[in-house]
Design a binder for this molecule. Structure first.
Ligand SMILES: Cc1cc2nc3c(=O)[nH]c(=O)nc-3n(C[C@H](O)[C@H](O)[C@H](O)COP(=O)(O)O)c2cc1C
Length: 182
C-alpha cells in the first residue's frame, strides 16, 4: 500500500481483536514514528503490558471525570467507556516540558506511525484522552512505569490492533476547509 492509499484508508478504530502484533510490524511502526520531522527531544514508548494498559485506562477515566470539562466528564461517565479501547498495543509519545515544540513533534511522529500501521493492515486511533491519567494522583507512578526520562510527559498516544467486529467507522467527510491563494 502506498502512502496515499494509507492516508485514504485510515479511519479511527475503536474496537480491537485480542491479537498480538508481530514484532517486526511493531518495529516498522515505531521506526516510521521516529523518522517524522522533529524539533527537539521526544520519546516513543510501546506498551503491550495489559496490566499497565488497564491501569492507565482506569486512571484516564478518573482524570476525565475530574477534569472540570463537561465534554470529557460526560464521555467518562458513559457506561462501558474504555478510553484505550482495549487495544493490544498503545504507543505513548512524550516530550520534556522544556521542548516548546514537543506537542508538534510528537503529533508528526504519531501520524507517521499511524500511517505505517494502516499500511500494515492495522487499525489505529489517535488519542489525547490518556493524558488525563497523568493529571491524577497516579501521575508519578505511571510515569515511572512508562520508564520515561526525567521531566518527560505523555502528550498523545495511539492505539493499534486488528479491527474488531464492533468497530463503527465514521463516514468520510467532505474536505471543505482548504483555500488556494494564487
Ligand atoms: C488531537 C486529537 C486528539 C484526539 N483524541 C482522541 C481521543 O482521545 N479519543 C478518541 O477516540 N479519538 C481521538 N481523536 C480522533 C478523532 O476523534 C478522529 O480522528 C476524528 O473524529 C475524525 O475521524 P476519523 O479519524 O475516523 O477520520 C483525536 C484526534 C486528534 C487530532
Amino acid at each position: 500500500m502506498n502512502v496515499l492509499e494509507a492516508i485514504n484508508r485510515r479511519k479511527s478504530v475503536r474496537d480491537y481483536l485480542d491479537y498480538e502484533i508481530d514484532e517486526k510490524d511493531v518495529k516498522s511502526i515505531v521506526d516510521s514514528g521516529g523518522k517524522a520531522p522533529k524539533a527537539g527531544s521526544f520519546q516513543i514508548t510501546v506498551v503491550t503490558n495489559k496490566e499497565l494498559l488497564n491501569k492507565i485506562n482506569n486512571y484516564t477515566i478518573e482524570g476525565m471525570k475530574n477534569s472540570g470539562n463537561d465534554f470529557f466528564a460526560e464521555k467518562a461517565n458513559t457506561p462501558g467507556y474504555n478510553p484505550l479501547y482495549s487495544a493490544p498495543l498503545v504507543i505513548f509519545f512524550s516530550a520534556p516540558d522544556e521542548n516548546v515544540f514537543g506537542a508538534l513533534t510528537v503529533s508528526a511522529a504519531a501520524e507517521n506511525a499511524i500511517l505505517a500501521a494502516t499500511a500494515l493492515g492495522y487499525g489505529t486511533c489517535y488519542l489525547v484522552s490518556p493524558t488525563f491519567a497523568f493529571q491524577t494522583s497516579a501521575k508519578d507512578e505511571l510515569i515511572k512505569e512508562l520508564q520515561l526520562p526525567h521531566s518527560f510527559n505523555p502528550i498523545c498516544a495511539i492505539s493499534i490492533g486488528k479491527e474488531g467486529e464492533n468497530n463503527i467507522t465514521n463516514p468520510q467527510e467532505e474536505i471543505d476547509n482548504v483555500n488556494f491563494v494564487k
